[in-house]
Design a protein around this ligand. Structure first.
Ligand code: AGP
Length: 608
């Protein structure tokens, strides 16, 4: 998963290509590069590390050009290095950038070597440049060469290519990796994400799998998989500059944590009314369809999967439906049993996660009643490929660590539980109670954000440890898992989560003064049992940090008891997650890690 951008214009494009790369660093940030068509050849600049370093190189070398391609990389084949950075070239003539994975690259590389091509990098992408060169040398145009190359390539790709002999046109192609055209005034763009070119235009065309397009400053032509010229719909998207900047915050993650009351309001706004959820909020005909659902299957990854695990409890208690949950990367390989009354639900912030998309495509071949996606990006592949889509409306989430996306997914999943219950004529009183609690949720989250001072106080105790344990029971176990994931990914502290009752079956052996234990103790029917589990920790010298209901009072010795705002039990997993987000952020700040772009990760994981 990488970010690609290309531009053909009547003005210099170097700076705006690099600005676009900055906006796509969430897709990968281990190296970056650019190829710019100039009067005397192609300026080819690449750097190891973040886009900032490429920008510095551009400032010192000042290349000028009206046609170019650029790339920010997340390494799959070949270590992060300048040689493996894109653009890749063939014979100093063809330059390409690629996002995706070429699955049959070993064989293709061997064939091209036999034909005399020399490979300079360890990537799977370089062969695309050689393939294009090979066909162009046979007298084909770049568009024809792209089609010929596509016949050879297996896997996922978004490609942009330029030829030293043509200073007007660039050619792009898409298969299973996002790619769009941006239409400007006397200039055209291509990119993996509209965010990358949002400062240049609001008009986008999302290419379909199999499409090839030729772009120049004043025009574009799109051809479908059968090489027929096609007209694709123009979508207008207004992405405000404010939504994509850090504003007064130090990091995007910090901004996104504190935006959560507003983000949740945007998720529920216009979707509840009076004492109930409104009809058909999951798409036209969804209320009718939901009356036929007898089982839910969730597939998702990472944080989105944790949201699904919380929701499984709600589906059971509010909509009286069983729910199976799978890691998207595992789902296809366990030969899942499907009955025709099952609803397949995918959950994803980006809507581009390759494992989740692959799971959806597998599921579409099976006998599911229907497919629904809950995601944050209306233009995403998951949204386009699902029967029904529900958008969380959280606004762009740029920090790699998901925060507002998780919280809004939970709000959306609660709306789904309510809608299913309504369509099945179940639990009207409970629905009324939950709808009322949802209305109050933005306010309750705002109160939970006040735990910042307490989290800042605890942070130094955690920041100087190598491990941490998160405990929760029932619906709070996935919240403990999410807390551990957040701490791991941005502070690089090893963290595990357990259902508190499991402690005595093994993990208790880990407890000593070097093991901070972060526990969630809401008011519940098993609160007493949880407190007993925590006493077991205390007795072994573990330090306890407990987020608890105001009614819970326990002696945590040298640890800390943090009282959470009172809230309806159904909302409490959402509310108790907030201090855990703040804690990871404050710990990572103390450890001086790269919070928005943690090592080895990327925001949108578009490889399986
Ligand atoms: C969590 O902080 C991560 N960003 C990661 O686990 C993420 O949730 C996962 O990669 C799935 O992404 P998606 O929601 O965009 O599908």
């Amino acid at each position: 998963m990488c970010g690609i951008i290309a531009a053909a214009s009547n003005r210099n494009v170097g700076k705006l290509l690099v600005q676009g790369l900055h906006k796509m660093e969430y897709r990968g940030y281990d190296s970056a590069g650019i190829a710019l068509h100039q009067d005397d050849g192609i300026a080819h600049l690449r750097t190891l590390g973040k886009v900032q370093l490429l920008e510095e190189k551009m400032i010192s070398e000042k290349p000028k050009s009206k046609l170019g391609i650029a790339h920010t990389r997340w390494a799959t084949h070949g270590e992060p290095s300048e040689t493996n950075a894109h653009p890749h070239k063939s014979q100093d003539s063809i330059y390409i950038v690629h996002n995706g994975i070429i699955e049959n690259y070993v064989q293709l590389k061997e064939d091209l070597k036999q034909s005399g091509y020399e490979f300079l990098s360890q990537t799977d992408s370089e062969l695309i440049a050689h393939l294009l060169d090979h066909y162009i040398n046979q007298g084909q145009s770049m568009v024809e060469a792209m089609y010929a190359a596509k016949e050879k390539l297996e896997g996922a790709y978004a490609i942009a290519a330029i030829d030293i002999k043509d200073n007007t046109n660039l050619v792009i192609a898409r298969n299973k990796s996002p790619l769009l055209i941006g239409i400007g005034a006397d200039e055209m763009f291509a990119a993996s994400d509209p965010l990358a070119i949002a400062q240049q235009t609001n008009d986008f065309i999302f290419l379909e799998d199999g499409d090839v397009a030729e772009i120049s400053a004043n025009t574009y032509k799109i051809f479908d998989k059968s090489k027929k010229e096609v007209v694709r719909e123009i979508t207008r998207i207004n992405i405000s500059a404010e939504a994509t900047s850090k504003g007064e915050y130090r990091h995007y993650m910090e901004k996104e944590i504190y935006e959560q009351p507003e983000a949740v309001s945007n998720t529920i706004d216009g979707r509840i009314g009076g004492e109930d959820v409104l009809d058909n909020i999951f798409g036209l005909g969804s209320s009718d369809l939901f009356s036929k659902v007898r089982r839910i299957q969730i597939v998702a990854c990472g944080t989105s999967l944790h949201a699904g695990r919380v929701a499984a409890n709600w589906f059971s208690s509010i909509a009286e439906l069983p729910c199976q949950i799978d890691y998207a990367s595992e789902y296809r390989y366990r030969n899942p049993h499907v009955d025709e009354k099952s609803l397949l639900v995918t959950i994803s912030q980006s809507g581009e996660t390759a494992d989740t998309l692959a799971a959806l495509n597998y599921a579409k071949e099976k006998d599911y009643l229907s497919t629904l996606t809950i995601c944050n990006v209306p233009t995403s592949s998951l949204a386009r490929e699902s029967d029904f889509s529900f958008f969380t409306n959280a606004g762009p989430e740029i920090g790699v660590a998901s925060t507002k996306a998780f919280t809004t997914q939970l709000a959306a999943l609660m709306l789904l539980a309510l809608s299913l219950a309504k369509s099945r004529n179940l639990n009207p009183k409970l629905r009324g109670r939950v709808v009322q609690a949802l209305r109050l949720l933005p306010e309750t989250i705002a109160e939970a954000l006040n735990s910042k001072d307490q989290m800042t106080e605890i942070a130094p105790d955690i920041a100087n440890k190598d491990n941490a344990l998160f405990l929760g029971r029932g619906i709070f176990y996935p919240i403990a898992k999410e807390g551990a994931l957040k701490l791991k990914e941005i502070s690089y502290i090893h963290a595990e989560a357990y259902p508190a009752g499991e402690l005595k079956h093994g993990p208790l052996a880990l407890i000593d003064e070097n093991m901070p234990v972060i526990a969630l103790a809401p008011e519940s029917e098993i609160a007493e049992k949880l407190i007993s589990n925590l006493e077991e920790v205390k007795a072994r010298g573990g330090t306890l940090y407990v987020c608890a209901d105001p009614s819970v009072n326990m002696d945590v010795k040298s640890g800390k008891l943090i009282h959470m705002p009172e809230c309806d039990f159904f909302m409490s997993p959402i509310v108790y997650n907030i201090p855990l987000q703040i804690l990871s952020y404050e710990v990572a700040l103390l450890r001086g890690t790269d919070i928005d772009q943690p090592r080895n990760l990327a925001k949108s994981v578009t490889v399986e």
